[in-house]
Design a protein around this ligand. Sequence first.
Ligand code: ATP
Length: 347
Amino acid sequence: MSDINPMSIALKNCAKTFADGTKALEPLDLSINAGETVVFLGPSGCGKTTTLRIIAGLEEPDAGGSVLFDGQDVTQIPIEQRNVGMVFQSYALFPNMTVAENIGYGLKIRKMPSAQVRTRVGEMLGMMQIEKLANRRIDQLSGGQRQRVALARAIAVRPRALLLDEPLTALDAKLRDTLRLEIDTLLRSLQITAIYVTHDQAEAMALGDRIVVMEHGRVAQIGAPRDIYQKPATRFVADFIGTMNRLNGAVRNGVFTCRAGDLPWPDAPADASEILFRPEDIRVTDTGEASRLQGTIASAFFLGDRTRLFVEVGEKLPLVVESTARRDFSRGEQIGLAIDPRGIVIL
Ligand code: ATP
């Protein structure tokens, strides 16, 4: 599949107001490199699908906005000439055609000779490991099989970018994990430019070279998954991705003092009044360990590989703590807590 020639995609000043007055997108600038996988992540209604549809050519941006493929303005070019492949949550396959006919459909439309179509379809069936399903009708397939067909059909035409809109949302958790891995392998081996829309942060972290976090039609943050997770730029991003703890207090002489006690923090900025940190950056300490925070366990959920604790520390919300200690925790138990200063975020 080395004959895929991935393109860069840029949006310039792309806003979208629908006919009924709904403002779905504020003016947006975005550059996606050739061969990159970018994930649009955000809550329902934040404008992910609208952005994707503008890139595909299914929606036009408001006046003044433009879409560039490899630097060329394609804003006025219709979808069928943009050479992008699309995969949706709802498959959008032809139910009365066979798997092979579905995969070959785009090639026939492009007038590829039938011998070549057969070869290409065979290749795609092999790539998605669905050779045995070639002659089945779509309504005889499971959800996971349909999504494999949809991917095969999108890739068969050698698109210069692949746009995927929540392709795994309709599937159960286990199948989603399997297909997520397959999609990751597929995107890496094709080195195709891909944009993947999801509201599932685990999916976003797993697949994205970069994640675009969206909120109310705006970009809240763009970055590599690790940056977004460890250095969230706003409260919204901090809370939307994973679990974030908060403590209010004040810094004096390298110590952050809060209701739960004193936290040694040599590099503390003097004006820090609220600190944020992830559950994995807080540790349950041995009793008697010096300089630690104190709390009371409100709930403890044993999850097999770890225990998730909710610990009352006199703040509005309990702290969420993940412990891998091989011991039982009980409600009402007093525990000591230590926070790794490297995990502390200040906004
Ligand atoms: P979801 O995760 O639920 O699919 P999304 O982030 O993809 O959400 P969009 O589908 O882009 O969100 O919608 C953004 C906003 O635009 C929403 O408020 C939605 O109701 C509105 N919207 C989308 N399509 C239209 C339309 N054709 N006419 C009017 N409003 C629309």
